[in-house]
Design a protein around this ligand. Structure first.
Ligand code: ASP
Length: 284
């Protein structure tokens, strides 16, 4: 059986210079599937082309709050709205491995990260600050967060500002064991405190004895459908690719994409462009 690491760079992905996703999957290889998926996500968090870690998008108030999660069968860890760290996925892994909890949010997640030794870090980049200035430039003064959100939506619909989607994720099957990891700066525009699908088990990520599934797209829609668990629960009922296609068909115009591995399959599908690739390595 082949060992597989499958990476994605977000549905609706606009990563400017077409990153070498297969190269990322290959570089992240480790005999431990959890290490492989965390390595892959760290590489993408550190690449400012992606909307995760360095280069994450700014919220309506100009802050950067990131979500990330990891899972192996029976275990899960996530961080919600974490700020001022370089690699949210590593903190999510530490939530799983070093605490009795499955999720830490906001200031509690940041405090925990500092205790684990993660230094203060500014994930904004020239590009993300410019994108924010462009976004905020089109908005009248004196609006509430909610009113600003509506204005931003209008600017996106009219094509005046871009909606970045270069969120990242990875799934792996190595020596018959599964792992999944995902990380995002969120789906712009967002109010401060908005939580998407990524840190919610079963929504943007699920990993069990039968496989690993990770999603990308409009987090609100993905979470409402508990997309990853729905796909996981249908494993074995038909080819994996057909399961994913059928589940994504429910999303209509809302962007959604999925990567998944099972005991004997690996597949991905999205209803928009999605930077995805797979590194497969045969057992010696
Ligand atoms: N699912 C992410 C979120 O809604 C964004 C994305 O995948 O593009 O936060």
């Amino acid at each position: 059986m082949e060992n597989i690491i499958l990476c994605h760079g977000g549905v609706g992905s606009k990563a400017r210079s077409a990153p070498d996703m297969n190269g990322i999957a290959e570089k992240s290889w480790n005999e431990d599937p959890l290490k492989s998926v965390v390595n892959a996500v760290v590489i993408m968090e550190d690449d400012p082309q992606f909307n995760a870690g360095t280069g994450s998008v700014m919220r309506i108030d100009g802050s950067i709050q990131m979500d990330a999660a990891v899972s192996v069968p029976g275990r899960f860890g996530s961080v919600i709205g974490i700020e001022a760290v370089k690699n949210p996925v590593m903190v999510a892994r530490d939530v799983m491995e070093k605490t009795p909890h499955i999720m830490l949010s906001g200031s509690g997640a940041v405090e925990f990260a500092r205790r684990c030794g993660y230094m203060e870090y500014d994930p904004s980049t020239v590009k993300s600050r410019e994108a924010y200035r462009k976004m905020i430039g089109g908005i009248r003064d004196g609006l509430t967060e909610n009113e600003k959100y509506i204005e931003f939506q209008k600017l996106i619909r009219e094509g005046i500002i871009d909606e970045p989607h270069d969120t990242v994720g990875a799934v792996a099957r190595i020596n018959g064991k599964f792992a999944a990891a995902v990380s995002t700066g969120g789906a712009s525009p967002m109010m401060r405190g908005r939580v998407g699908d990524v840190p919610i088990p079963g929504a943007g990520i699920y990993c069990g004895q039968d496989g690993a599934v990770v999603a990308t797209g409009i987090g609100e829609e993905i979470a409402k459908r508990i997309l990853c668990y729905r796909i996981y629960s249908r494993i074995g009922s038909m080819p994996l690719k057909s399961i994913i296609e059928k589940e994504i068909a429910f999303f209509g115009d809302n962007l959604a994409g999925v990567i998944a591995v099972t005991v004997n399959e690996a597949a991905y599908f999205s209803n928009g462009t999605m930077g995805t690739d797979m590194f497969a390595k045969r057992l010696p």
